[in-house]
Design a protein around this ligand. Structure first.
Ligand code: AMP
Ligand code: ZN
Length: 114
């Protein structure tokens, strides 16, 4: 999608601190980190949010969580733990309309979220 910031990052038209890139998923550091480690895991396919997922995306969702584990290990936050979260729609707190998963760690998380 031409006016989507994450599609622009995926295409390489906007720079980001890339952590991972393959055909199906990219990961890059969040521009406004909410924790010492804050990485976004982003499917390369433009989907508005979780509600656009179909059964065909089920394997991709598994890849998201496996990649989150790999990145958590590479940042050394696997032993202390981390959070993987996705925001869906306005009440979910979604601000970018391209599905993505936040990997947060490096400090204790609180619950419930705000
Ligand atoms: P959400 O509010 O769940 O939609 O998350 C969107 C996230 O994208 C926020 O944490 C933003 O800080 C982050 N973000 C927005 N633009 C960029 C960018 N150009 N590079 C990296 N992260 C970004
Ligand atoms: Zn997009």
């Amino acid at each position: 999608m031409s006016d989507c910031i994450f599609c622009k990052i995926i295409k390489g038209d906007v720079t980001a601190k890339l952590v991972h890139s393959d055909e199906r998923l990219v990961a890059f550091e969040d521009i406004n980190p909410q924790a010492p480690v804050h990485v976004l895991i982003v499917p390369t396919e433009h989907l508005n949010n979780n509600l656009a997922l179909t059964a065909a995306h089920a394997p991709l969702m598994g890849e998201v969580f496996l990649l989150a584990n790999t990145i958590a290990r590479s940042y050394g936050i696997d032993a202390t733990g981390f959070r993987v979260v996705t925001n869906c729609g306005s009440h979910g707190g979604q601000t970018v309309g391209h599905i993505h998963f936040h990997l947060l760690g490096g400090r204790p998380m609180t619950w419930p979220p705000g």
